[in-house]
Design a protein around this ligand. Structure first.
Ligand SMILES: Nc1ncnc2c1ncn2[C@@H]1O[C@H](COP(=O)(O)OP(=O)(O)OP(=O)(O)O)[C@@H](O)[C@H]1O
Length: 248
């Protein structure tokens, strides 16, 4: 029998004192300035803020993809097993669905791949190639791949944009169901305040660029009470509390 790896029980912290990008004209663009984040065990956090304020830049630093910044990441974050889900499903086109999931695992484990695909409703699709999938199906594979690695921290960057509302809604339900089975720390970037309210325990609002944390809201709605009306009401309240930083 396969043993599940246990999840760490302490917070992870990150402090980004300053992050600059160099623009095409060679000018320095200060993107992040004094941004501090804390990821708590078993907590689903959404990061939201105005367009271009630095959300993806923040995520890339936390993922370890960009280390050119002033500040400090929790050493435990560098050592943690992390999984990432991007806007683009990022599947290798010349590999089958099953091979794409298999490649993410530390060792070959076909039963785990099959279980992961079944968990996202893709039984029977293991031998298809990415070009034979709809965008929604490809995103399911990306979720299956991320969860199959049993990460300690899961980062998502707008994983449901460009889908119709019904498909996005089904994928949100799926994401929450997968996460509730094994609630790791999650940090998800989204533009969509209603999506954040639907999914998150906690929403971190960023200021305009250069971004820092404008405020943190706990989503105090019970998970089984997040129907569209309750979500809209809560989102409207937050939009009033953080004017200009998110639209309900
Ligand atoms: N590699 C780069 N080189 C130069 N400038 C960059 C680079 N990456 C991002 N930028 C700029 O930094 C700023 C922040 O970009 P970032 O993608 O982090 O914002 P965002 O909040 O995720 O944006 P959006 O809301 O549009 O998704 C933007 O002005 C962007 O043009």
């Amino acid at each position: 029998m396969r043993m599940e790896r246990s999840l760490p029980t302490r917070d992870l912290t990150a402090r980004i004192d300053r992050k600059e990008h160099i623009g095409a004209d060679g000018d320095r663009l200060v993107v992040l300035d004094g941004l501090e984040l804390r990821l708590a065990p078993g907590t689903f956090t959404c990061l939201i803020g105005p367009s271009g304020c630095g959300k993806t830049t923040t995520l890339r630093i936390l993922m370890g993809l960009d280390d050119e910044f002033d500040g400090e990441l929790d050493p435990a974050l560098r050592e943690a097993r992390i999984a990432t889900v991007f806007q683009e499903p990022r599947l290798l086109p010349w590999r089958t669905v099953a091979q794409n999931v298999l490649l993410a695992l530390p060792r070959p484990d076909l039963p785990r791949v099959e279980a992961a695909l079944a968990s996202v409703g893709l039984e029977g699709m293991a031998d298809r190639y990415p070009a034979q999938l709809s965008l929604g199906q490809a995103r399911r594979v990306a979720l299956a791949r991320a969860f199959a690695t049993e990460p300690e921290v899961l980062f998502l960057d707008e994983p449901f944009v460009s889908l119709d509302e019904a498909s996005a809604g089904r994928l949100r339900d799926l994401l929450i169901a997968l996460w509730q089975r094994r609630p790791m720390k999650v940090l998800m970037v989204t533009h969509n305040l209603r999506e954040a309210v639907r999914l998150a325990d906690r929403i971190v609002f960023l200021t305009e660029r250069p971004a820092r944390v404008a405020g943190v809201a706990e989503v105090e709605l019970p998970r089984d009470g997040r129907d569209p009306e309750a979500v809209s009401r809560f989102a409207a309240e937050l939009a009033r509390r953080f004017p200009g930083l998110a639209v309900a």
